[in-house]
Each structure stands twice: as structure tokens, then as C-alpha cells.
Design a protein around this ligand. Structure first.
Ligand code: C2E
Ligand code: MG
Ligand code: MG
Length: 598
């Protein structure tokens, strides 16, 4: 009990009463000293009774004050310890004490109200208590209402982001993620109710040539028209764009495979309706379709892979066809999946390596660098060439991991080359899949790798082929622009073979054109090939791009390329792809040789 506690107060009161009583007694004792014994005794008795009554009265008064006071102290202790869930202190004792106790109880009730508002807030409930008293209540209300607004905005932007993440920006249809989710839902319903759903995978036939001849803006417009038609034709089904010119229609419930195939034919007919271009010309597009039943026994990705195989099969058989998935096709999927798994394991086990093929400046014969070519050597098995495993890595998405590894190695090689004045000026070209450009984070990856290894990104050339760029040329352009801002050089590989090479020159700003080796192969014997090479060289010159000829496997080709003004060359005549130490040595020796000839 503290210095100012009720007990010390009681003791003080008792002392305060006893001291005057004792003084009175002493006074009386002196006063009645000369009186008779009986007078003195009766005086004492009176005094004694008066004293006892005073004491009893005092005790009663003290009790009526001290009890409520001690309860108030107990409750206030709990409150000051942070315990707000206390019963109100009872209203008792003198009126002043009642007033204090009542005020105290009201204060505790206010604190309890603040506390419960804060508790609700902690649970994410932003409902405002309008009864909170005082300025603190106002502040709390303002804070809660501010928080409620912020939370609402956050929820709204989260919801928008979720919708965006599931929407194809070009057509407004669902995207691949939305299709995979819906596949999961249909499978769950099929499992629960024994019904069957169906997936129709549509791939436009020859859409690439629309892009090539009409330009990407017109291509995008046509994709939007087709998307609208499909949506109108299937108001009850989910229609999604898988990317590029591929669409997916998911039907929740179909009675049979025949009904699903009939739906496929209907959709192919919808696409085949003539479509008028912006300049009035009429296109007749067609689509092929693959059909798969959804019975809930397979994972969404598996169903997607089956539909993909079915549509590829349909295309192999001719245009505008509808083919159901056939179990015989599952062998192809399994083989591809198995190969991707083996590749992933091979990457972890160090089965991949790089070979470098030197590139020279034709005019000076000086080596200028090399191109990195990926190799996969599986122990006890024949090697598989990149032309075989790269397309599988692209289809399965493994390409991003694979090329991340290639880029790490390439930056490591450039870092080692920095130690020698001759190799420090050599460039390294790396092949990058269009799929990696669109799906990966090349800009961040390269900036990270080059910064960590203190390598100048201007020594890197990224060679891209156009195969996958068509899926999202807008994104490809943004990535290529960012890479070039970093200083990385970008080349279009195998230039001249793809239908859309020329169109890509409009869409992408690049530094280098690599003339495809098919033209170089025939240039000395075939007038057409020679003319094409000449044209490509002139094109490169007029656009201020460097032109590199690949597949230079004879002296006469190198001589002719020199006469035609080609800048750089690579090929078996100059050097075959070699291991890193051999190429490093070759570059040093050739540089020294070329110097000595000057
Ligand atoms: P590419 O980038 O056009 O590479 C040139 C290919 O031509 C290489 O084949 C090379 O060995 C071959 N070659 C070089 N000189 C001659 C010659 O004088 N005559 C003939 N007939 N061929 C020559 P490789 O190494 O089999 O690569 C084939 C393709 O695989 C490459 O073509 C490239 O598109 C792709 N590739 C290789 N590594 C990677 C990679 O890391 N990522 C990606 N996405 N693709 C890669
Ligand atoms: Mg290349
Ligand atoms: Mg090439």
C-alpha cells in the first residue's frame, strides 16, 4: 500500500482522533483531581463512553469511505496496467467519491470503446463507431475512415490486377491463365457430377502471312474481329486467347465427343466467314481445330497439351480441319515431356556446354569475336543438336532456364577475356529464343550478370530468330529497346528466310542482320541467291546495320562476300565451332597474324 493509500489515511484519522481524546483525558484528570472519588469515576465513565462512541462512529465513517476508495484504487491499478476489461467500480461512499467513481467509470468505458474500435481494425473491420467520445474519438474516426478508403482502393486495384492478369490485352478475352483455371473448374464439376466438358483449340491457318502482307496493326484488328465472333457464337462458353493466333473455347458440358466435334466445326465456320480489311479488301481466313473431352481425370496442363497436339495433327492433315485428340498422339506429348525433364536434369548435371564459332571482319581478316552455340552431350548416348532440342525447350518453357545458363556462361567468358588485351575487345554473340524475350526477364538478368562480372554489355550480341516474336510483337519491341538502351547489340538471325523478316525491320530496331546460310550456300552458283545476298547487303547498308554472313564454307564465298561489301563472316571455311579454350587461343593467334600482315 502506498504512502497515500487508504490505510495510511485511516491510521492518520485514528491518530488525529486519539491525540485530542488523550489530551482531553489529561485535561480532565487535572481538572477533577480535587473532586470526590465518585465524581471522578463518573466523569471518567462519561469520558470513556464518549470516547468509545466516538471511535465506533469514526470506524463507521472510515469504512464507508475506505471500502469504495480501495475498490477504486484496485480498478484504477488494473486500468493503468492496460487491462481495460474490468467491471465498473461500484458507486458507493460519500457523494464526492461517487462523482469521482462515476467519472472514472465513464473514462474506462471510453477507453474500452477506443480499444474495441482498434481491435476491430486489427481484424480488418473498418466499420466506424460514431459514438466514440471526445477529440480522441474524432481522431480515431478520421484514421479509420482514411484507412477504409485506402483499403478500398487497394482491394479495387487488386481486383483490377486479377482481372488484368487473366485478360488478353489485345482482344479482351480471357488469357491462357483464365483458360487453365476454367479447365480446372470444368474438371472438378465433371468429377463431382459425372458430366463431361470439352475443349476446342483453334489455330488460324496462315495468319502469319496476314501479318506479313498487311502489317501487325491490321493483323491485330483481325484477331479482335475473330475474338468478337467467337464470343458471340459461344455466349455460354469461356472463350480465351492462348497467344498469337490461337484461341480456346471451353464448354462446361457436352453430351458426347461427336457434339464436341460439331462445336469445333461450328467454330471453324465462324472463323471462315469473310473478313473485310481496313482498305476494303476481303480476307478468307481459315482455322484448324483440335478437340479434347474433359472428364476430370487429367490435369489442366495435360488437357491443354492434348488439345495442342490434336490441332497440330489437324494442321498436318490439311487446312480447316477439326480433329479429336487421339491416344496415339499421347506418345508424342509424353516423349516431348520426357525430353524436357531429361533436359532439365541434364542442365543440373552439367551435360550442356558451349561451342564458340569465330567471326571475322572480312576486309581486315581480323577476328571480331564469336557466336556461342549450345551443345548437349548425354553420357552413353548420341549428341542431340540444338535444332532438335531448342524447339522442345521453347514449347515446354525450359528455354528460359537454358538460355539463362548460356548467358551466365557467356558473361563469364567475356569476363575472362578482359584479362588479355587482344581478347578484351572481342564480342560474343548469343542466340536468344523469341519465347525468352517475351516470357523472361532478359533486361534485368543481363544488367545483373554484367554488373556483377564488370562486363561491358556493349560486347554482347543477342541473335533473335523471329519464330516466337509474332506472339507479342509489342512486348518484343519494348524488350529489344530496353536491351539496346543497356548497350547490348541485337541481331536478327537467319535473316531473309522468314516471311516476316522485312516486317520485323519495321517493328524492331536492331543493330545487325545475319544473312541466312541458305543464300550464302548458293550464292556462287545461283544467280537468285547471289541477288538476294546483294539486296540484303544493300538493305543493311541503307539502314545503317552491320551485315554478317553465316555458313561461309569456302574461299570463293568469302571472296565474293568481300567483293559485295559484306562486313563480317563466319563459317566452316574460317573456323568450325570449338571449345572455349581453343577459340580463345584461335582468336589470339589470328589477331596476331592479321596484325603482322598489316
Ligand atoms: P544459328 O544461330 O544460325 O547458328 C549457326 C549454325 O550453323 C550452327 O549450327 C553452326 O554450327 C552452323 N554452321 C556454322 N558454320 C557453318 C558452315 O559453314 N556450314 C554449315 N552447314 N553450317 C555452319 P548449330 O550449332 O547446329 O546451331 C543450329 C541452330 O541452333 C543455331 O543456328 C541457333 O538458331 C540454334 N541455337 C544454338 N544455340 C542456341 C541457344 O543457345 N539458344 C537458342 N535459342 N538457339 C540456339
Ligand atoms: Mg545464331
Ligand atoms: Mg543463323
Amino acid at each position: 500500500m502506498g504512502r497515500y493509500g487508504p490505510r495510511s489515511l485511516g491510521v492518520r484519522l485514528i491518530l488525529a482522533l486519539l491525540v485530542p481524546l488523550a489530551a482531553l483525558e489529561v485535561f480532565l484528570w487535572f481538572h477533577v483531581r480535587g473532586e470526590s472519588f465518585s465524581t471522578r469515576l463518573s466523569s471518567y465513565l462519561v469520558m470513556f463512553v464518549a470516547g468509545i462512541s466516538g471511535l465506533v462512529l469514526l470506524a463507521l465513517v472510515l469504512r464507508s469511505v475506505l471500502r469504495p476508495l480501495s475498490q477504486l484504487v484496485r480498478v484504477s491499478r488494473q486500468v493503468s496496467d492496460g487491462e481495460l476489461h474490468v467491471a465498473p467500480a461500484p458507486l458507493a461512499g460519500p457523494s464526492d467519491l461517487r462523482v469521482v467513481t462515476k467519472a472514472f467509470n465513464e473514462m474506462v468505458a471510453a477507453l474500452q470503446a477506443y480499444q474495441s474500435q482498434i481491435d476491430r481494425l486489427a481484424e480488418g473491420d473498418t466499420a466506424i463507431d460514431h459514438t466514440l467520445p471526445g477529440p480522441l474519438g474524432d481522431t480515431l474516426r478520421r484514421s479509420v475512415s482514411h484507412l477504409a478508403t485506402v483499403t478500398e482502393q487497394l482491394h479495387a486495384s487488386e481486383a483490377a490486377a486479377t482481372v488484368q492478369a487473366r485478360t488478353d490485352p489485345l482482344t479482351g478475352l480471357g488469357n491462357r491463365t483464365a483458360a487453365l483455371d476454367e479447365l480446372g473448374n470444368i474438371a472438378a464439376v465433371a468429377r463431382a457430377s459425372g458430366t463431361q466438358g470439352a475443349m476446342v483449340f483453334l489455330d488460324l491457318d496462315g495468319f502469319k502471312s496476314v501479318n506479313d502482307t498487311q502489317g501487325h496493326a491490321e493483323g491485330d484488328r483481325i484477331l479482335r474481329v475473330i475474338a468478337q465472333r467467337l464470343r458471340a457464337a459461344c455466349p455460354l462458353h469461356l472463350v480465351a486467347r492462348n497467344g498469337g493466333d490461337e484461341f480456346i473455347v471451353l464448354a462446361q458440358s457436352v453430351v458426347s465427343l461427336d457434339a464436341a466435334i460439331a462445336l469445333g466445326h461450328e467454330l471453324v465456320a465462324v472463323v471462315a466467314r469473310p473478313c473485310t480489311g481496313t482498305s476494303g479488301q476481303v480476307f478468307a481466313l481459315s482455322a484448324s481445330a483440335g478437340v479434347v473431352m474433359i472428364d476430370g481425370t487429367r490435369e489442366p496442363l495435360d488437357v491443354m497439351a492434348r488439345a495442342d497436339s490434336a490441332v497440330c495433327h489437324a494442321k498436318e492433315l490439311g487446312l480447316g480441319r477439326v480433329e479429336p485428340f487421339d491416344e496415339r498422339l499421347s506418345g508424342v506429348i509424353e516423349e516431348r515431356g520426357q525430353m524436357a525433364l531429361t533436359m532439365r536434369q541434364g542442365l543440373a548435371d552439367g551435360e550442356f556446354s558451349l561451342q564458340l564459332q569465330p567471326i571475322i571482319d572480312i576486309a581486315t581478316k581480323q577476328p571480331v569475336g564469336a557466336e556461342a552455340l549450345l551443345r548437349w552431350s548425354r553420357p552413353g548416348m548420341t549428341d542431340i543438336g540444338p535444332n532438335e532440342f531448342i524447339p522442345i525447350a521453347e514449347r515446354t518453357g525450359l528455354i528460359v532456364d537454358l538460355e539463362t545458363w548460356v548467358l551466365e556462361q557467356a558473361v563469364g567468358i567475356l569476363r575472362d577475356w578482359r584479362l588479355d588485351p587482344i581478347t578484351s575487345r572481342m564480342r560474343l554473340a548469343v542466340n536468344i529464343s523469341g519465347r525468352h524475350i517475351i516470357d523472361g526477364n532478359l533486361v534485368g538478368l543481363l544488367s545483373d550478370l554484367c554488373t556483377r562480372a564488370s562486363v561491358d554489355p556493349r560486347l554482347l550480341d543477342l541473335e533473335i530468330t523471329e519464330t516466337h516474336l509474332v506472339a507479342d510483337i509489342g512486348r518484343a519491341r519494348a524488350v529489344v529497346d530496353d536491351l539496346r538502351l543497356q548497350g547490348v547489340h541485337v541481331a536478327i538471325d537467319d535473316f531473309g528466310t522468314g516471311y516476316s523478316s522485312m516486317t520485323y525491320l519495321h517493328q524492331l530496331t536492331v543493330d545487325t542482320l545475319k544473312v541466312d546460310q541458305v543464300f550464302v550456300a548458293g550464292m556462287c552458283d545461283d544467280r537468285l541467291d547471289r541477288t538476294i545476298v546483294e539486296l540484303l547487303l544493300r538493305l543493311g547498308d541503307s539502314l545503317g546495320m552491320r551485315v554478317v554472313a553465316e555458313g561461309v564454307d569456302s574461299e570463293d564465298k568469302l571472296t565474293l562476300l568481300h567483293e559485295l561489301g559484306c562486313h563480317w563472316a563466319q563459317g566452316y571455311f574460317i573456323a568450325r565451332p570449338m571449345g572455349v579454350p581453343e577459340v580463345t587461343l584461335w582468336l589470339r593467334q589470328q589477331a596476331a597474324l592479321a596484325d603482322s600482315l598489316v
